[in-house]
Every structure is written in C-alpha cells, then in structure tokens.
Design a binder for this molecule. Structure first.
Ligand code: FES
Length: 296
C-alpha cells in the first residue's frame, strides 16, 4: 500500500466529489489510463475507484466518488465523514481496462463511468487519433467533468443529459472505431451487443447462472499443503481461513485484487474481468477439475 494525504475534496456534480490524494512518501506508483486503485477507508472498508487525473503527475492521484444511496458503507463514508488532511492508504494501480493503440476511438460513458474515460480521451487525443466521446447522464448537473471535457475537447464530446435529450442511439454510431465503454449495465450490455471491437468495464458483476457449486481440492504449491473447498465456502475464504492470506476488496469478481496463479488444473472462471492465462480470482471462481494446484 502507498500512503497518501487527502489534499482536496471538491464537489464536481450532484452527489459526486473528486478526491485529490497527494503521495506522502515521494512519487506514487505509475499508472496508465483505465487503471484503478483500492482505497482503504478508515471504517475498514476497501473500495475501488478509477483514476481520472493526469498519469504524467506522479505526485497525486485523482478519483471521483458518487454517493450511492444503496451504499454498503464506502461512498457514504467518503461523502459524510472524509475530510481534507486525512491520511489514507491506497494500493498500487491495477489496469484491467487498458487503452490499446488505435487510429479511431469511440468512448461511451454513463454517469460516474466517465472516470476511467477522462484520461483515456486525453491520451487518445494526444496520440493524434480520431476520438469521440458519447457521455450520458440524467442531467447536466449530475454529470461529473462534463463542462471541462467540452471546454478541452469541443465537438469531440457529445453530451446526452437524458432528461432533455433521451438516451443516445448507440446503434446509429459508426462501428469501425475501437470502442471503450464504462457505465450502467444497460449501456455496457448494449455496447457489447453492437460493436465488434469493444472493451468494457463493469462496476457491478453481471448476473449469470452457473452450474451448482461442487467441492474441490486445492494444493498450495509453496507449502505442499492440500485444502478442501466445500460447496458452501469460497476458495478465497478457505485460503484466508487456513493461513494463506490473499488480499481482496470487492469479493464480487470485478476488481482483480485477489488474483492468484494457477499451476495445474482447470479453474471455472466466474469473474467479470477476464482472468489472464494461468491466473484466477478466488473470491468468485471455483474449479472445473477436481483439483487445482495454486501458486500460494
Ligand atoms: S476481491 Fe475483487 S476480484 Fe476478487
């Protein structure tokens, strides 16, 4: 973890504040557009937020947090109790939503989903590529960074405050660009159905039905110990309860903080990240084979 000081809390839209987290021990770890950090809150909760500042500035990270009325304690704590000057620990950035080189980009953002898109749009424009942002929200007042994006990028930015304009017609947009989409599930689902080259990031896990859980065995390769994973326990809990601590944050397969290596056996991936070969997310994923050998 890295130590930061909360230097500034700024209202950037209705129910949205931006936090500027200044590194307290020299330069912060580098990051690229699309990356997020885990923020360890003083109420013992850890939450993930996309970085929306300037990757060239290693002195501070900027994130934005919407006050979610259904908050499980993260955004509520940020909005009601967090004050400037507080020391906060943050993880090194992780990136499951990296921007690939392309000649033409289409960015689709809904509400707070604009956060990873802000540095992506900047990088795309700086690379000389064609770039268009379609940004939807309930009203202008609820859309963080809308005014500054229009000021910086002019007619590359198309705003859809849906109470005035209705939702953007994604089906009418050109299909030849590399598409990056972050927003509510309805927008991400539509983008995945419409565009051939689409990269998405979800804040919530997709609702899917899996085969009933079955027990399996894991071998912890570093110690040689064998553990049993019963039907009513996650692999993550089994590892943590048996002295193989694995960090975790979302426990829903969307943040990537619990990633571990798989040396043998076939995992049943249930995450929304897309585990790289030889890796898995044990908070949600289980096993197709009766036995996994893990690099723990
Ligand atoms: S804890 Fe977030 S993916 Fe496992």
């Amino acid at each position: 973890m890295q130590k930061t000081i909360l230097e500034r809390v700024e209202h950037v839209a209705d129910d949205v504040v931006s936090l500027l987290l200044r590194g307290d021990e020299g330069p912060l770890a580098p990051w690229e557009p699309g990356a997020h950090i885990d923020l360890a809150l003083p109420n013992w909760l850890t939450r993930q937020y996309s970085l929306c500042g300037d990757p060239g500035d290693r002195s501070a990270y900027r994130i934005a947090v919407r006050h979610d009325p259904l908050s499980r304690g993260g955004s509520e704590y940020v909005h009601l109790f967090l004050r400037e000057g507080r020391t906060l620990a943050v993880s090194e950035p992780r990136n499951h939503f990296p921007l690939r080189p392309a000649a033409e980009y289409l960015f689709l953002a809904g509400g707070i989903g604009i956060t990873p898109i802000v540095p992506m749009l900047r990088a795309a424009v700086e690379s000389g590529a064609e770039a268009t942002l379609v940004y939807a929200g309930r009203s202008r007042a609820t859309m963080p960074f809308a005014a500054e994006l229009v000021a910086a990028y002019g007619d590359r930015v198309r705003l859809f405050p849906t109470a005035e304009t209705g939702r953007p017609d994604l089906a009418a947009l050109p299909r030849n660009a590399e598409v990056y989409c972050c927003g509510p599930a309805s927008m991400v689902d539509a983008a995945e159905a419409l565009f051939p080259r689409v990269h998405t990031e979800r804040f919530q896990p997709t609702r899917r039905v899996f085969a009933p859980d079955t027990p399996f065995e894991v071998v912890c390769a570093r110690s040689g110990e064998t553990l049993q994973v019963p039907v009513d326990e996650s692999l993550l809990d089994v590892l943590n309860h048996r002295g193989r601590p694995v960090p975790s944050a979302c426990r829903e397969g969307v943040c990537g903080s619990c990633e571990i290596g798989v040396l043998d056996g076939e995992p049943e991936h249930r995450d929304d990240i897309g585990a790289p070969a030889g890796r898995m997310y044990p908070c949600v994923s289980r096993a197709c084979s009766p036995r996994l050998v893990l690099d723990v």
